[in-house]
Write a protein that binds this ligand. Structure first.
Ligand code: ZN
Length: 148
């Protein structure tokens, strides 16, 4: 049986993710989604933009500084929010995860949102759940985005 998980996000937060991808075009943007679990659903209550630290290849790679991630996690906890996902953009590429995206995804149970940005305009946005037991059998599975 295939269980489809879901990411619930407000239109304002959804737009913030997409606008970020337009602003950093032709480079990838990246950031963190904070919120709570509601059963199988991840509910986003805040979006934290991150700097893309991949100076070598920012058009098709992203990397979040671990110190920045710890700071975002700590600030979220002070507001009662956990990290529920991550997002990045694919400038002029489809919103499908790459093998590199899977290799670099380590937060099992989190959402990985990818927005394609075509010629500077945000196009399709998809979300994938990182599932599995550990690094060896992790996988990114399609999930629904419910924009509220
Ligand atoms: Zn990617």
């Amino acid at each position: 049986m295939v269980k489809i998980s879901m990411l619930k996000i407000s239109a304002a937060h959804f737009d913030a993710v997409r606008r970020h991808g337009e602003e950093t075009y032709p480079h990838e943007c990246c950031g963190v989604l904070l919120g709570q679990m509601d059963g199988d659903r991840r509910v986003v209550t805040a979006v934290a933009r991150c700097g893309n630290t991949r100076n070598d290849s920012p058009h098709n790679r992203y990397h979040i500084d671990p110190r920045e991630l710890i700071r975002i996690q700590r600030q979220g906890r002070e507001r009662g929010e956990d990290i529920v996902g991550f997002y990045h953009s694919h400038p002029d590429h489809p919103p499908r995860w790459s093998s590199t995206d899977l290799d670099e995804a380590h937060w099992i149970g989190c959402s990985y949102v990818i927005t394609s940005v075509e010629k500077g305009k945000a196009a399709v946005t998809n979300s994938f759940e990182l599932s599995g037991n550990d690094e060896n059998d992790k996988k990114l599975a399609d999930e629904k985005i419910e924009v509220t």
